[in-house]
Design a protein around this ligand. Structure first.
Ligand code: DAT
Length: 182
């Protein structure tokens, strides 16, 4: 459960991470709707704020410049104000002091494969993402980058998982707010 952390933030910052297709944005949107936190889709934010640094042709995806992204997030007031749900497939670039909770969304690789094929992924891009989930790359990244007690792994194979996860994150936010106020 959330303990008092060294922060001046009035609202918590939550990182929602995981392999593409696991359900990050679905979770982030549902939690944002219930908590009034702001869903920050880094793919869009990085593009809008000029934080892209070329294109990876092999994986057909934009390359984000981490330093520029951190500057843009700082300008946005992420660290000081808080109140953001940061939705991206990477999680190791934010300073620890910015982040109050890290949710690693996981999916069964067969379920994920179907979702990604449905999204038009194929070839190397499809395989790399399946491998990434199989080898729990994002979970390891989260565990290496943040204190163990703020990292939560949540399974997202079915609708029931989604509902339970959202409930759990919302209640974490409510507890954080209660602790912050007292
Ligand atoms: P991400 O943001 O991680 O790329 P998403 O939120 O766009 O993933 O979800 C990918 C697809 O999978 C989307 O069609 C919604 C579906 N999905 C995600 N989590 C689910 C769950 N727990 N049950 C059923 N469908 C889910």
């Amino acid at each position: 459960s959330p303990r008092a952390r060294k922060t001046m933030r009035q609202q918590p910052n939550i990182v929602i991470t995981g392999t593409p297709g696991v359900g990050k944005s679905t979770h982030a949107e549902a939690v944002a709707a219930r908590t009034n936190l702001t869903h920050l889709t880094i793919n869009d934010f990085a593009r809008e704020r000029g934080c892209l640094d070329g294109h990876d042709n092999r994986l057909n995806s934009a390359i984000v410049d981490d330093d520029r992204l951190l500057d843009a997030l700082t300008a946005e007031g992420v660290k000081e104000k808080g109140g953001y749900i940061i939705d991206w497939h990477a999680c190791d670039l934010y300073p620890e002091s910015w982040i109050d909770l890290v949710v690693v969304v996981r999916a069964d690789v067969e379920v994920l494969q179907k979702r990604l094929v449905g999204r038009g992924y194929e070839g190397e891009k499809l395989q790399e993402n399946i491998d990434s989930e199989f080898f729990q790359v994002l979970l390891e990244e989260a565990r290496e980058s943040y204190e163990e007690e703020i990292v939560v792994e949540l399974k997202s194979d079915e609708t029931g998982d989604l509902d339970a996860n959202v409930e759990r994150i919302v209640s974490w936010v409510e507890t954080w707010r209660t602790n912050r106020a007292s």
